[in-house]
Write a protein that binds this ligand. Sequence first.
Ligand code: ADP
Ligand code: MG
Length: 265
Amino acid sequence: MQPTTIEILNQEVDPDGDTPSYYRMLVNKKDFKYITIDPGIYEVDDLCFPASLLEKLPPLPSGNWNCGRISQSVENPTPFFAEIARKALPSISPLWHPKSYDYLSLKIGKRLRSNVYLASSLQFEKPIIAKFARFDWEIRYYVSETGAYSWIDGHNIGPEFLGYITEDGRVIGFLIEYIEGRHPTVSDLPACRAIVRRLHELNIVHRDLNKHNFLISKRGVVLIDFETAVQSKNCDGMKKELEGLERQLLDESVNGGIHRDEKII
Ligand SMILES: Nc1ncnc2c1ncn2[C@@H]1O[C@H](COP(=O)(O)OP(=O)(O)O)[C@@H](O)[C@H]1O
Ligand SMILES: [Mg+2]
């Protein structure tokens, strides 16, 4: 029998160690397993460091399960699997785009944010961006965002939507074209205002217009991150969004930018 290979794809660890830790793992390069580890079992340093955690995990039970919980008790001080089950995890819907790509067909590269990765695939000539729910409770963000991409499709406002990402047949996220560019400074205000106006003409309010959600590229300004966008004819909301733009472009904080804390993945 081949040895089992386990890869930790994503993790969400409480740095204080008070709440459970969550992992998305890939076993033998094909089976996705979502594993919860009860608090207090392992040191936070081990929980945050995949190589050391993998050495300490109890052996994975065999079978077709996809969700499991590792626990410990006074009677059983050695960590053990207290639960394993095959659960029907949520899927993004409704869908509007015809194409889907299996997560396993993608080469996931550099992490830009917790849920945003540079990626590549033989099916695409250029680098792409993969944005997906690492855990089931994140699916709802991408239900909104994938829907918003249908509203702007063909309007040259955002990156091209390339299709969905699937895992075990369910839709967990999407692929968009990678836009080579930089985030704006206040000197880009007129161009940023213009693209926001074009969004508003489609009766869409973005609702998260920080400067990290604009990319200044060769083809002009591109707007990204439509998680909170809504269809609305509320002129006040649109006016406020436009008026707040200058302050957003002047803002030097990293809100909305690349995560600096590499420990919490
Ligand atoms: N299509 C893209 N092309 C290039 N960079 C991107 C693209 N999409 C996202 N990014 C980069 O990743 C960051 C996070 O993406 P974003 O969609 O804003 O996620 P979040 O919801 O976490 O803010 C952006 O600020 C940007 O730097
Ligand atoms: Mg963003």
